[in-house]
Write a protein that binds this ligand. Structure first.
Ligand code: SF4
Ligand code: SF4
Length: 237
């Protein structure tokens, strides 16, 4: 019987993944998702990449509970405290993404650590050039909810993501697709911008990104869809 060929893993980079100070690490192999939108996006950014490493860090519910989509004129905007928290977390995951890149470089491999703030966006559709949440879902970190956010089993949608593309061959974490959204519709009904709709059959979510963006710009912040989600929420325990 022919022996099953086992792909060679770039050990140093693989070992680095276990040491990163983040809450979630997932790996998608480009060879496993050939021809998909995600693969094309990754290869456009780093044509020789073999792996997409997805990193996630928990957003604290204490900060999320301070947020509100509405406030009186002149009132302090507590959303700003939440924003500072997110900035700090993004610094942490940026550092982890660079740790993967440094180890890749030391092994003679190219890597592209993408910013925790998000990649470049196509302004015509408000669509990111690569979807961190799609990569996270394929990597087995969670599933997309009706809010359009990644919903994880442990942190619900309270997770900040980034991605590092690397030429390193790593162990895939992809498994059975998760189903963490409870389809409770709460995010849809609580969205103050009416940017979310109940998805039609076969769709996961419907979001009007322009309505969401305009609302956030006009009010100085909105995280309602994340705040009200009951999945892994301490508010509902
Ligand atoms: S961030 Fe606010 S406006 Fe945007 S989809 Fe979520 S609840 Fe709606
Ligand atoms: S609020 Fe309900 S419908 Fe929306 S993402 Fe969370 S579980 Fe899904």
């Amino acid at each position: 019987m022919a022996k099953k060929r086992i792909a060679k893993i770039d050990t140093k980079v693989q070992e680095t993944l276990a040491k990163l100070e983040v809450d979630m690490v997932g790996v998608v192999l480009l060879k496993d998702i050939k021809g998909t939108k995600l693969a094309e996006a990754a290869l456009k950014l780093l044509p020789s990449s073999k792996s997409i490493v997805v990193l996630g860090i928990e957003i604290f519910s204490e900060f999320l509970d301070l947020t509100s989509p509405e406030r009186m004129a002149g009132e302090p905007n507590l959303n700003d405290i939440f924003t500072r928290h997110i900035e700090y977390l993004r610094g942490r995951i940026n550092r982890a993404a660079y740790d993967i890149a440094f180890t890749s470089h030391a092994a003679g491999l190219k890597a592209l650590p993408l910013p925790g703030r998000g990649p470049a966006v196509d302004g015509r559709f408000l669509e990111a050039v690569i979807s961190y949440k799609d990569a996270a879902a394929i990597a087995g970190l969670g599933s997309l909810g009706m809010s359009s956010l990644l919903v994880t089993e442990k942190y619900g949608p309270r997770i900040s993501l980034t991605v590092c593309l690397t030429e390193a061959a790593l162990e895939s974490t992809a498994g059975e697709p998760q189903k963490n959204c409870r389809f409770c519709n709460v995010c849809v009904f609580k969205c103050p911008a009416k940017a979310l709709e109940i998805p039609k059959k076969g769709e996961t979510y419907i979001i009007n990104r322009f309505a969401c963006r305009n609302y956030i710009d006009a009010t100085g912040g909105c995280s309602e869809c994340m705040r009200v989600c009951p999945v892994a929420s301490p508010r509902y325990e």
